[in-house]
Design a protein around this ligand. Sequence first.
Ligand SMILES: Nc1ncnc2c1ncn2[C@@H]1O[C@H](COP(=O)(O)OP(=O)(O)OP(=O)(O)O)[C@@H](O)[C@H]1O
Length: 546
Amino acid sequence: MKLSASRRYREVLKVFSRHGLSQVLEGTGLRKARNRATTGVHLRQAFEELGTTFIKFGQILSTRHDLLPEKITAELEKLQTGVSPLPFDSIRDVLEEELGEISRHFRHIEEKPLASASIGQVHKAVTIEGTETVVKVRRPGITDQVELDLKILSRLSHRLVHFPGIEETRQIEDLYYEFADTMRTELDFLREAENISEISRNFEDWPDVIIPFTDPERTTSRVLTMEYMEGLRFGEFREKHEEDPGFQKTRKEIAELSAEVLFKMIFEDGFFHADVHQGNFLLNENHELIVLDFGMVGSIDQQTRQKLMNIALAFSSNDAELLTDALLDITIEPVQGTDIDALISDIKRLLYRTSGRVLEDISLGEVLGKIFTLLRRYHLRLPPTSALLFKTLIMAEGTARAIDPGFELHNTIEKQGKRWMKERYRPDYVSRDMWRYAKLWKDIGTETPLMIKRMMRKGMNVGVEPKGWENIVAHFHMMVNRIAVTLLLASFIIALSLLLSVFRPDEGYQLLSWFLWGLFFLSIVLGASLIISILSSRHKFKHKKR
Ligand SMILES: Nc1ncnc2c1ncn2[C@@H]1O[C@H](COP(=O)(O)OP(=O)(O)OP(=O)(O)O)[C@@H](O)[C@H]1O
């Protein structure tokens, strides 16, 4: 059946009106809704009724405490994708269309699905070579449905929540674009297979983490064949092993591992699993962590990663000033006019209120929500790509707590902090940064005299003898070059002292530490002689002028 855009649009409007949400569509907005508790319930029900795309959009909205009132986000957090299984005949049709005759590929496929999810239905199978696999088949018609819903959502996204402030409306739209992008990627199983390969490579050295291998011969954009993974979900594992001696320790380690996996993906690799709900983790007999479902992934560039690390480290060390500085660093709007002192004292209050509380009582979602609300109050905007990341962090904490309710995110951040510092001051990153600064100074050195020359000619109409210009430009070049080298040496000295604090001899880095000390002293000697030469040339210049 061909999907009709106008029919679906009418359906969406009807569902919204039936749930008493016409004020949302009319643009009077959610914030003004008289009863936010019931508005949240109705919004959740309407999203559930409208299916996959709306449910997934609602799940992302639920993490944006900066955009929606808490009563509404709390309701949206309950959104679950519950879909009924498709008859095996339609699954077989897709398999035959994609792979040709099924018996050429599989000895056996179980008709009863292992799982029936929103995008795909998963069946256990044995390949012709005898390997136990699972075949994930994209639901027929889901792509058209999602595309249509995305179109409708795009129209609704700026009408859906008509806030008084312009920035929030823009944020809802930003959020929609990011969402539409990830949703489209999730529909293409070839992309999922690529994601699996990349993440498997990143976890090559992690023996406790297992990522199923894919079967490229039997994978297309609609069919994904991969290794079958036997394991228990976190809840099942807890029930089965609760009475075992040493279970407390085991579950602590598992929760920690699940968080470390995600932290590595976000902060070290910049390529992360963005759908880390409990259903996507299994534990095998050796307590190894199996990670599934790489349809939704996010990526962050190195600069943003470093800014995020700063936020996490400042947060874990309870330092309000550092945290404010790190937050200001990641916001995308200019911060002129922001009352920084007031923001620092608000952040101080927030940290004070959260740090003393018992762990089970406080969630990352709650803290992030409060930080978002603060940023909003100060008119500071986060980059649009952050939505997926924050959803992931909040989900990851919930997942770790499913196995260990006392899981402390603070501890993981502290433990990881050291690794991040080592990562950040890896020689290749340091030298790349220094090279960037050197290039920047070189550009300033070449461009500035010309700029001054042009400005003086055009704006001030000043004529200078060509010979005079040459001297000025040559002298300027020399000055800039010297300043550049001095600055470069200064940053080198700072970087070396940081490296020295991380790679200490008492932690087994004797050789590296000696080498770094050597470089450190050499840089100081060079720096000192450069400063002396600059001072003496200044003196000479003055002397000459006279
Ligand atoms: N390799 C595997 N081995 C064993 N079970 C698997 C495997 N891959 C998937 N499953 C099972 O199938 C379920 C659904 O798979 P998956 O999450 O990849 O589908 P999805 O359509 O992306 O689901 P959702 O959108 O709800 O996250 C998993 O939660 C898991 O129970």
